[in-house]
Design a binder for this molecule. Structure first.
Ligand code: BGC
Length: 965
């Protein structure tokens, strides 16, 4: 090699590097759940526009190395190129890459991959239960065994599962840092187990291994309004197997069996997900820490038969204690109770530092809100959400429940032995330990808080699976909720492992119901199999969202039969005319116009939602079939999708572009799902949607179905300003209304808390539901300007749409390729944009008024003229019109559509109308009166003369003042 070549090679070594390598999805458990993990790696390169031309993967296994050379650009979720791993194996993998015409990069750091048992075939331990039956409801069982390794130990792996939730203990120390293991799955068909490396926890001589098994989900009473019942069979049971690999290569096993001790006594007196945990420290003993402990009230365990084929290694990220938060206030309520405010509606438990006399009982009651200064527990329905701790009197102790969780911001503490100090307790936030991937700041305090609330609601509703809410007697895997939220979820966090695991359960439960996707997964509601649009469609939408965010086709391949099964159900329901009509539907659930006790009574006809979703699922299936090489299915389902579209248009769309129901959700569905015939029809639908949005004073008019779509539908049809007005509206109902009411999470209802500060009277009123936060997906793509152009962000669209008076926005996505970052600002009528693109990614950049440019990796900057209206515009609450100089004066002939565009004029008119009691029982916005064909005289004409004159004078003054400024 010449000196020049050496220098060149040396330079190359510095410029391109594999900086991270991983197997399967981020956040997965340490022990792999598969013998053939996908591999991904991240590259940094100083070469601009770097694309991978080839990669070499090296596997070190049992003292041998093997390599796989792939001439491919693919660096994400690459199929395992070696022989499958065996159970209880440890291997390591490293990767090097090269770009076109380049030398190989150095190898990235090697990563260790481990397997434990890989399924029922590797599972040796029976399930055991105590020989005696439970002495009381919700009692926790304890199991333990003493053992002694016979030789020098090289490594030890403990694998555990339970009917219930378990906490494993070895020599007095809790094993691992997960809680609520084995998590909740479709237990009848799939029960997960966890594996832990316990080598360092083993002692020489006698050891004791044990576990507490509490009811958890397995024995929770599911169902509403007095129809609650335990759904799964049998009592709390444990199965544990410890595999000890000795230095001499021999293997020893410690398996749960009839030789284990079992007891119903112990400090966890009772526990339940909904009801809470009661702990009596007086009953603590040494059973789990001292091999020689003498424990009263214990008997033997007995083996119960079980179906081992159900056993699978856990693949979802562990549920962990993520952070601790100190109280922001400790107060006394009007009735004299001690209430602690943690300042954030969160999910988890309270941790106490308590020093109390023996027998002193400290009780904790949890709630999300206060009403009249007292804890408001009505929204929890049948969930007691109450924990208690009985002191042993043996000195200071730190305690928190281990077998329950609550959704709360406030805790009422009673029985504390002295005045409670803020330092005596803290909240422990508990949820699935997902890897955060997405961020957005807009520079607008209310919007940033909205986004923050969306993140908190996602955190609180990802406790092992995607749930509707985390606090009341529900907390179920409602399909519709994650269906609408999946795109937002997959931007904010890496959800592949969690949602991938949940989809396995969806498929199993769907199979049990003949292709019909149940409302909740795991399916604990039972009843006749019933299909519901937008809920059952989670079967197509969630895998599609995962594929879009990760680029991993394996989720589509695994879900394909389920997707097709669901679409076949839809085809049957739609029948020959390709219209799904009648029958049960949730529809545009929680449209704000629906009465509190009838959330399905939306403006948009449920038949429209049903056929629109049939089209959506059928289209997703057709595209998936094409991708997976199933040409026949692709042709068949795209033909059916075309027929559905024709039927939809023929039945629900008038030639002039009106859509039946004439409601925002109907237009949003038609526009976003691509149900309209041509551009002209789409444009007319967009115009009508914008009119409606304005007529209702930019107050939201959509429920679960329309909410994720409405801003996209407006932007896609040229109504960007209307989208921003809708987003930034603060009156009730709107996205920002809860923020102005002090919300710290996304609410279930637009008005979970009413404007008068009272809790919505509907029996279904949660303050922590992510569904209506699905607008964050639009915010990421259109405000932040980062959207996947090709799945996995291998090609990314950088296309921010400035507006809403926003002046400085920054968005970031830690894609699997690396960080994609966008910062834009509007200054002096110029839009400045900076975009950072990682190696192996291409970006299509579209700036207002400019042609699309394609760029590769590196940091890129642009400055272009800002679109009219990109500048510091007013928002409806702020007073001051757009750009401050566009106001016009108003007279009796002015249209209400013009008035609503001027926040000061709108406020003045609303105030006067409300004072005069017009329109009766509602506001101008509720009645949708801000229309171009409503004149000011139509409103003021109905007001008393005094009011009429005052309002006309006020509006005239507003116009004059503007004319002079
Ligand atoms: C849940 C929802 C769910 C809905 C469907 C509610 O009780 O909390 O979010 O999607 O029921 O009916």
């Amino acid at each position: 090699m010449t000196a020049g070549e050496q220098a060149q090679a040396g330079r190359h070594d510095r410029v391109t590097a594999v900086v991270a390598t991983w197997a399967e999805a981020k956040g997965r458990p340490t022990f792999l759940a598969t013998a053939t993990p996908t591999l991904s790696w991240q590259v940094t390169s100083e070469t601009r526009h770097w694309l991978q031309a080839a990669c070499e993967i090296e596997l070190a296994r049992g003292g041998q190395t093997t390599t796989a050379l792939l001439a491919s650009r693919s660096s994400q979720a690459v199929t395992w190129p070696f022989a499958p791993l065996a159970a209880y194996e440890t291997v390591s993998v490293r990767v090097r890459v090269r770009g076109d015409g380049e030398e190989w990069s150095p190898y990235g750091a090697a990563v260790e991959l481990r397997t434990g048992p890989l399924g029922g075939a590797d599972w040796k331990a029976p399930f055991v239960i105590p020989v005696t039956s439970a002495p009381r409801e919700r009692a926790a069982a304890r199991f333990w065994q003493v053992f002694e390794p016979t030789r020098a130990v090289r490594s030890a792996v403990l694998s555990v599962t339970a009917h219930g939730i378990y906490e494993a203990v070895l020599n007095g120390a809790v094993v691992g840092d997960e809680v609520f293991a084995p998590g909740w799955s479709a237990y009848r068909d799939r029960l997960c187990f966890q594996s832990y490396d316990v080598t360092a926890m083993l002692a020489g001589g006698r050891n004791v291994v044990g576990a507490v098994v509490a009811d958890g989900w397995y024995r929770e009473r599911f169902g509403f309004a007095g129809h609650d019942r335990i759904v799964y069979d049998g009592p709390a049971a444990l199965s544990a197997q410890l595999r000890i690999l000795y230095e001499d290569g021999s293997i020893g096993w410690v398996l749960s069996d009839g030789s284990w001790s079992a007891s119903w006594e112990g400090p966890v007196v009772s526990s339940s997900i909904y009801q809470g945990e009661h702990y009596d420290a007086r009953q603590e003993d040494d059973a789990f820490s001292d091999p020689d402990a003498v424990v009263a009230e214990h008997a033997v365990a007995v083996i119960v038969p079980t179906e081992r084929g159900r056993l699978v290694p856990a693949s979802a990220p562990p549920i962990r204690r993520i952070e601790r938060r100190a109280p922001v206030a400790v107060t006394t309520s009007p009735s004299g109770r001690t209430i602690v405010d943690f300042g954030q509606d969160l999910v988890g438990v309270v941790e106490l530092d308590v020093d109390a006399p023996e027998g002193c009982v400290v009780t904790l009651r949890h709630a999300e809100v206060l009403e009249d200064g007292e804890l408001c527990t009505r929204p929890l329905r049948a969930a007691a959400a109450t924990d208690s701790y009985t002191a042993s009197g043996r000195g200071p102790a730190r305690w928190s429940p281990r077998f329950t969780f609550h959704g709360f911001r406030y805790v009422e503490v009673s029985g504390w032995p002295r005045p409670l100090e803020p330092g005596d307790l803290r909240a422990v936030v508990v949820h699935s330990d997902l890897v955060r991937t997405g961020w957005l700041t807009t520079g607008d305090a209310l919007l940033d808080k909205l986004h923050d609330n969306v993140v908190w609601s996602m955190r609180g509703n990802m406790v092992g699976l995607p749930t509707d809410c985390p606090q009341r007697d529900e907390r179920l895997g409602w399909t519709g909720d994650i269906g609408v939220f999946a795109a937002t979820a997959t931007y904010l966090y890496d959800c592949s492992a969690l949602l991938g695991s949940w989809l396995v359960d969806l498929r199993l439960e769907q199979d049990r119901r003949g292709g019909i996707v149940p409302f909740v997964v795991p399916d604990v509601l039972g009843g006749e199999p019933t299909a519901a649009a937008a809920w059952g469609d989670a079967a197509t939408i969630v895998p599609d969202a995962l594929y879009r965010s990760s680029g991993d086709t394996s989720v589509l391949a695994a879900s394909y039969p389920s997707m097709r099964g669901w679409v076949e159900v839809l085809a049957r329901l739609a029948g020959d005319d390709d219209l799904w009509t009648g029958g049960f539907q949730f529809g545009d659930w929680l449209d704000p116009a629906a009465p509190p006790d009838d959330p399905a009574k939306a403006r948009t006809d449920p038949d429209i939602v049903a056929t629109a979703y049939d089209f959506r699922s059928t289209s997703i299936l057709a595209a998936t079939a094409l991708l997976l090489g199933r040409a026949d299915d692709a042709a068949r389902y795209s033909a059916r999708a075309a027929r559905i579209r024709d039927a939809f248009v023929a039945t629900y769309v008038t030639p002039a572009g009106r859509i039946v129901s004439d409601a925002s959700t109907a237009y949003a569905l038609a526009i976003c799902f691509g149900l309209l015939e041509d551009e002209a029809q789409r444009a007319r639908a967009g115009d009508r949607l914008a009119e409606l949005v304005r007529a209702y004073g930019y107050r939201i008019q959509t429920g679960f179905v329309g909410t994720p779509l409405v801003c996209d539908a407006l932007c896609a049809t040229g109504h960007v300003d209307a989208a921003y007005r809708l987003l930034t509206e603060t009156g009730c109902p709107s996205w920002l209304y809860p923020v102005t009411m002090g919300a710290t999470t996304t609410w279930e209802r637009w008005d979970s808390l009413l404007p008068d500060g009272r809790v919505n009277p509907g029996e279904m009123t949660s303050f922590n539901h992510y569904a209506l936060g699905a607008v964050a997906d639009w915010m990421h793509r259109r405000i932040g300007g980062i959207a996947p152009a090709e799945p996995g962000y291998r090609v990314v669209d950088i296309a921010p749409v400035p507006g809403g008076g926003l002046q400085h926005v920054s968005a970031r996505l830690d894609s699997a390729y690396g960080t994609i970052a966008v910062v834009w600002s509007v200054e002096d009528e110029q839009l400045n944009l900076r975009a950072s693109i990682p190696a192996n990614v291409e970006a299509r950049v579209a700036l207002p008024g400019s042609a699309v440019v394609v760029v590769g990796s590196g940091v890129h900057e642009w400055t272009v003229p800002a679109r009219t209206g990109d500048g510091p515009a007013g928002r409806s609450r702020a007073g001051g019109g757009r750009n401050g100089n566009e106001r016009r004066s108003f007279d009796l002939g002015s249209s209400l559509a013009d008035v609503v565009e001027d926040p000061a004029a709108r406020a003045a008119l609303e105030k006067a109308a409300a004072a005069a009691g017009f329109p009766a029982g509602a506001s101008l916005s509720d009645k949708g009166m801000w229309r171009s064909d409503n004149r000011l005289r139509d409103v003021v004409g109905r007001l008393p003369a005094d009011d009429r004159e005052r309002i006309v004078a006020t509006l005239a003054r507003i116009g004059q003042r503007d004319a002079t400024t």
